[in-house]
Design a binder for this molecule. Structure first.
Ligand code: AMP
Length: 300
């Protein structure tokens, strides 16, 4: 879909005289546009992001383009999911190059909401029952984080009304939280998880990697290496033993470990023993200087 009849001329990105991607700049524009897509009965794929786009984000967009008649990406740095003001301020913002990248992969529209389009009454949080998935790991380290995520994603869902929405396994806990939110609110949206894209050295791609020095890029490979090691240790050790072994590795590292955990993929709880027929993941968060990195891997 590259048709421009839905929006005014100023919303259309023009590169070398070819009409390509629609740029929706506020709630009214997105609402009108979605109505016209719904009227035509088109399937809508939605990819919410905070920008500073890399190949990991683009893999979600590509899958959405494959699955849907129309793909919309949103770029919005959501203040309510940051519990650290410095982190919010330092979050990279690269809107022009993001738009170019989205256009290059064939995304149909980008939605760039302003703060008042998402939070018209101030940055309040919506009550959503996340069934405790919000209180472990990232939720424990960043109080209020998932409440902010669930609120912004709910509001973006209501505005974009997608058939399918795409989330990266890079933020596996977030993926589970969103699935729970959709259940709690009884929304008819399919939530689709996409595998983690990594650099050649194993480092999970992240918008925050822009802020790493070359030295820290090299040292940060310890995250993925420790996940791989955890996967090997599954043969001979129970979850608690593995956690202890991996934590020790970080004593001699330049990265500061925040948590290393092993959890059931569904409940996100740490088991005493591994059970046959259940999937488990190892989860890690660590600081490389002042840059916070997370990663995870299915280990069983
Ligand atoms: P963010 O802009 O960080 O909020 O990410 C937007 C979406 O892209 C989320 O669903 C992330 O999980 C996903 N994502 C970010 N990095 C990666 C990656 N390396 N591989 C796959 N998906 C990713």
């Amino acid at each position: 879909m590259k048709c421009s009849t839905f929006a005014s001329f100023s919303n259309i990105l023009i590169i070398k005289f070819t009409i390509v991607m629609l740029v929706l700049k506020n709630k009214q524009e997105v609402t009108d546009f979605i109505q016209s897509l719904k009227y035509k009965g088109l399937t809508i794929g939605f990819v919410p992001t905070m920008g500073a786009l890399h190949s990991g984000h683009l893999s979600l967009i590509k899958k959405s383009i494959e699955d849907n008649q129309y793909t919309i990406c949103s770029i919005f740095v959501n203040p309510t999911q940051f519990n650290n003001l410095m982190d919010l301020e330092k979050y990279p913002r690269t809107e022009d190059s993001d738009i170019e990248k989205l256009n290059a992969v064939g995304c149909d529209a980008v939605y760039l909401p302003k703060i008042e389009d998402i939070y018209p009454k101030g940055t309040e949080i919506d009550p959503i029952d996340l069934k405790g998935l919000n209180s472990v790991m990232e939720g424990a380290s960043r109080p209020g984080h998932f409440e902010g995520v669930a609120t912004v994603v709910k509001r973006l869902f209501l505005q974009t009304q997608p058939t399918n929405a795409y989330f990266g396994e890079k933020d596996f806990q977030q993926l589970q939280v969103i699935k729970q939110m959709v259940k709690d609110l009884n929304l008819s949206i399919n939530i689709i998880g996409i595998p983690i894209k990594r650099e050649e050295n194993g480092l999970a791609m992240s918008s925050r990697n822009i802020r790493l020095s070359q030295d820290y890029i090299n040292k940060s490979t310890i995250l993925y290496k420790s996940l791989i090691q955890a996967k090997e240790l599954v043969k001979y050790h129970n979850p608690k033993e593995i956690i202890k072994i991996i934590k020790k590795i970080f004593n001699n590292s330049d990265l500061k470990l925040e948590y290393f955990n092993i959890a059931d993929e569904e409940s996100l709880l740490t088991p005493e023993e591994f059970l046959q027929g259940t999937h488990y993941r190892a989860f890690i968060a660590a600081y490389a200087g002042d840059v916070r990195l997370i990663d995870n891997l299915r280990i069983l």
